[in-house]
Design a protein around this ligand. Structure first.
Ligand SMILES: [Zn+2]
Length: 280
């Protein structure tokens, strides 16, 4: 098991890694890239799936997009530069999440985190936090810049991408840019939590033509009852206990986490999880 601490940029050495398909042939394992608009989205939306992929011996690369932030409603921030303190605290939370995630992982698996070092919307647009959920238009130059950054990510067998439920501008930006960069056959869309289990759940305006895509709940048998909650609580600056419990409850109610992909892609995902108690 190798946990790689976040790279602050795409170092050349990273791009020289062997192609994902070569690694898959060598080891029978998949490379999965998770596009996480903010540091907590991968945990909230796909934490159980990620834990199971690691248990099955696959490799994860979590690409955190907006890693520079002053948003932390549950963090006591001291004197000095708020964004600097919050960014640091959220980075430490991400390390805690990766540590929790690898508990019980197969020794052949690995977790890598890449920070794209974008400012989140309130900093980037110099607005207050509420602007993140306002129905503003995406800025084409931002979409293009993110497309360029996503093209620099390592190749992957599967790309996990937010549906942008709830309409957060940063989630919409990632969803839009990703669809312009990656093949539909490699994409698996996840529903954005906690938005999807609350009053902000609604169809995404960013999902383009998804003809033939199917929705599936991926459930886990014999899952530790509190795993989802514990993974979510890796980010105590962002949510309270009640929000973590709501996400756990939502998963238990429906039997897992919900994804959207082409039938062939879902089949590859099911095969990749064979043997670790995942049911779909
Ligand atoms: Zn987010």
């Amino acid at each position: 098991m190798q946990t790689t601490v976040a790279a602050t940029s795409l170092a050349p050495a990273f791009r020289l890694m062997p192609d994902a398909s070569e690694r898959q042939e060598e080891r029978g394992s998949m490379q999965v890239v998770i596009l996480s608009p903010h540091r907590d989205d991968a945990a909230f939306s796909c934490g159980l799936l990620l834990a199971r992929l690691l248990q099955a011996g696959h490799s994860l690369c979590i690409a955190n997009v907006c890693t520079i932030s002053s948003y932390a409603p549950y963090l006591a921030v001291g004197e000095g530069d708020r964004a600097q303190q919050v960014t640091k605290a959220r980075r430490e939370e991400d390390v805690r999440f990766a540590d929790r995630l690898v508990t019980g992982a197969n020794s052949a698996s690995s977790v890598r985190r890449i920070d794209l070092d974008w400012q989140d919307l309130p900093l980037r647009w110099q607005k207050d936090d509420s602007a993140s959920l306002a129905p503003s238009s995406l800025r084409p130059r931002e979409v293009e810049a993110l497309e360029e950054a996503l093209r620099g990510l390592p190749s992957a067998d599967i790309i996990l991408c937010p549906k942008a439920l709830g309409g957060h501008l940063d989630h919409r930006l990632v969803c839009r840019a990703a669809q312009r960069v990656f093949q539909a056959s490699s994409m698996v869309f996840y529903e954005d939590l906690p938005y999807a289990c609350g009053k902000l759940a609604k169809s995404s305006s960013e999902l383009g033509d998804l003809d033939g895509f199917e929705e599936v709940w991926l459930g886990t048998k014999n899952v530790e009852p509190r795993l989802k909650r514990d993974l979510c609580l890796s980010y105590p600056s962002q949510i309270d206990e009640a929000a973590a419990a709501a996400m756990e409850h939502y998963g238990q109610l429906h039997g897992g986490e919900r994804f959207l992909a082409l039938p062939g892609t879902l089949q590859r995902l099911r095969s990749a999880l064979a043997g670790v108690g995942v049911v779909a």
